[in-house]
Design a protein around this ligand. Structure first.
Ligand code: RB5
Length: 149
């Protein structure tokens, strides 16, 4: 792969992992990465950063996103408020693979305080290298939107 337009975001709890992942994506996976912050370990409120990030992916400006907060939950919940966003909390490689294969997830949300740097690389690499299986899974993801009900 490589040369895809990706977005990355974190709060203070995910800042250090974000910096490492950004470097990994640029240098090892040869992707383009837009950093939506935050930019230090100074405490911040994750929605202030997650909303602009998810909004840009929802608008089609970026193909996929990687988000990191302490548990992954807050940043994941925030992104999933945006239309067309399917943000999946990925804490191991298999969950990450299935988030793409079955859910066509477009954001990989990581629990920065609960995974190692090596685990994070593997999760992100798997997420970016797995295609959607479509078929029966397409029928299911099309029913996620509230417009269906
Ligand atoms: C920050 O302390 C922490 O609450 C945040 O990173 C995240 O885990 C929220 O869901």
């Amino acid at each position: 792969m490589g040369n895809r337009k990706l977005a990355i975001v974190s709060d203070h709890a995910g800042y250090s992992l974000k910096e490492k992942l950004k470097n990994y994506l640029l240098k090892e996976m040869h992707e383009e990465v837009k950093d939506f912050g935050c930019f230090s370990e100074e405490p911040v409120d994750y929605p202030d950063f997650a909303h602009p990030f998810a909004n840009a992916i929802s608008a089609g400006e970026y193909e996929m996103g990687i988000s990191i907060c302490g548990t992954g939950n807050g940043i994941n919940m925030t992104a999933n408020k945006h239309p067309g966003i399917r943000s999946a909390l990925c804490w191991n490689e298999e969950i990450s693979r299935l988030a793409r294969a079955h859910n066509d997830a477009n954001i990989c949300a990581l629990p920065g305080r609960f995974i190692s740097e090596a685990e994070a690389y593997l999760i992100v690499k798997t997420f970016l290298n797995t295609s959607f299986d479509s078929g029966r899974h397409k029928i299911r993801i099309d029913k996620i939107s509230l417009k269906m009900y």
